[in-house]
Design a protein around this ligand. Sequence first.
Ligand SMILES: C[S@@+](CC[C@H](N)C(=O)[O-])C[C@H]1O[C@@H](n2cnc3c(N)ncnc32)[C@H](O)[C@@H]1O
Length: 189
Amino acid sequence: MKKNYYESAANVESYSKFTPAHDGALLVDVLSAHLPKGSTVLELGMGPGKDYKLLTQSFTVTGSDFSNAFLDRYRAQDPAANLLQLDARTLETEYCFDAIFTNKALIHFSFEELQQSFACQHEVLNDNGLIMHSFWHGEGQNEFEGLTLVYHNEQELTAMLEDSFDILALERHAKMSEGDSIYVLARKK
Ligand SMILES: C[S@@+](CC[C@H](N)C(=O)[O-])C[C@H]1O[C@@H](n2cnc3c(N)ncnc32)[C@H](O)[C@@H]1O
């Protein structure tokens, strides 16, 4: 993963103009069907913050990103937002949450980084806490504008999660086109 890609103001502006065919509403709806209103939710890699905004309609949300450029951009439009600078690979925070949400934020991680992130997420979740993550669906990885994109499938996500989480849903969905993405909803064991 190129660590500084999302720390460049130009890259952050360019990414913020990207409008996928489908926003994160489906992911938020799936989470909302399993999580009581008012629960605490940590979003990792919030980027421009569209899902953060949706999540705040039902939950007590902490938004976060590794990139201060994204956090500063969001703070400029919503100074009251509850935001943290957090690396999703290590999750160094004193807080615990009822759920952790990402939309294509863990897609640049190597297998080892993703496994480490899942272990850290397990640590910062309250008992019976939920994770809800969306990835690009597929196998292997490729390079896009200097960034590594890693694809994931049902078998691999199950193998990574099943020791520590009960998988409640593992479904294909669309970001740009039908079935190009996969989400996993799982509960901490
Ligand atoms: C593809 S963008 C997705 C942004 C947003 N969730 C969305 O749906 O538009 C990836 C996001 O993950 C963030 N990110 C990359 N590496 C990260 C890390 N190690 N920890 C936390 N966030 C990270 C980037 O800064 C960026 O905001």
